[in-house]
Design a protein around this ligand. Structure first.
Ligand SMILES: [Zn+2]
Length: 261
């Protein structure tokens, strides 16, 4: 499916994906082409995408981050096309032959892709901007629906929010996320996500002010109606916020709990 001129969303298999939205794979075509992420590596999904990719001269396989639903098929595509796998140095992507850094521009001869480093979900997470079309490929930094999981020891809430703010300055027309539908009002989406995190942070601070300094207690306050299966994830999000506040000197951890500074 063509989501913008010469930019395609490729049919993707579900792989072993359990969530609502399986990973999206995109192709940007100039005289040479780039694949954005690679989905899972199961033969059926890879085969159906390869049939389409063979119509183009694939030069690059660009990786937003090294989670299995984004890199699983990369090696298969590399072998079938000879394209080069590129990722940020902080992501461990096997077979990556080159490293990408913030601000770098890849010329596809007819389309240019700018690399935007957006740490937060992972340390080396990248977004890719198709400059002429104003399409930003966001991997797991921004999802079509819902909010990104920030795992405290894999990602960083402070960096995540900073990386969202960074996108407010970009000339965006469309967001093509790693999961879920495309977003047609990019700036409104970025602002909405920022506000959501700022609101959570206020709630966490409010708990601390009221002397609620244990994570399970905070989750009960902040997410009172939460489905039991989602509690572990909610605890991680609260911890990610607490770690941000500790880093900023606004909270401290002592005597087995968190306290306002
Ligand atoms: Zn991810």
């Amino acid at each position: 499916m063509e989501i913008a001129p010469k930019i395609y969303s490729l049919p993707a298999g579900r792989g072993e994906f359990m969530g609502l939205f399986p990973p999206n794979v995109y192709l940007v075509a100039g005289r040479r082409a780039a694949l954005i992420d690679a989905g899972y590596g199961d033969p059926e999904a890879v085969g159906s995408r390869l049939d389409f990719i063979r119509n183009f001269s694939l030069a690059y396989i660009l990786i937003t981050h090294a989670h299995p639903d984004h890199i699983g098929g990369a090696e298969e595509f590399r072998r079938a096309t000879g394209a080069v796998i590129l990722a940020h140095p902080e992501e461990s992507v096997s077979r990556a032959e080159g490293k990408l850094e913030d601000g770098q521009v890849l010329d596809l001869e007819g389309a240019k892709i700018r690399v935007v480093h957006t740490p937060g979900h992972t340390r080396g997470h990248l977004c890719f901007l198709a400059e002429e079309a104003g399409v930003l490929f966001t991997g797991d930094h921004i999802l079509g629906l819902g909010t990104t999981v920030i795992r405290p020891h894999q990602g960083d809430m402070g960096e995540y929010m900073e990386s969202l703010r960074k996108l407010l300055d970009l000339p965006l027309k469309l967001i093509a996320p790693g999961h879920g539908p495309v977003v047609r009002q990019p700036q409104a989406k970025v602002r909405e996500l920022l506000q959501h995190r700022e609101e959570r942070e206020r709630q966490v601070l409010d708990c601390l002010r009221r002397g609620i300094g244990d994570i399970p207690g905070m989750v009960r306050e902040i997410y009172p109606e939460l489905d039991g299966r989602l509690i572990p994830m909610a605890r991680e999000q609260v911890l990610a916020h607490l770690m941000k506040l500790v880093k900023e000197g606004r909270a401290e951890e002592k005597d087995g709990g968190y306290h306002i500074v």
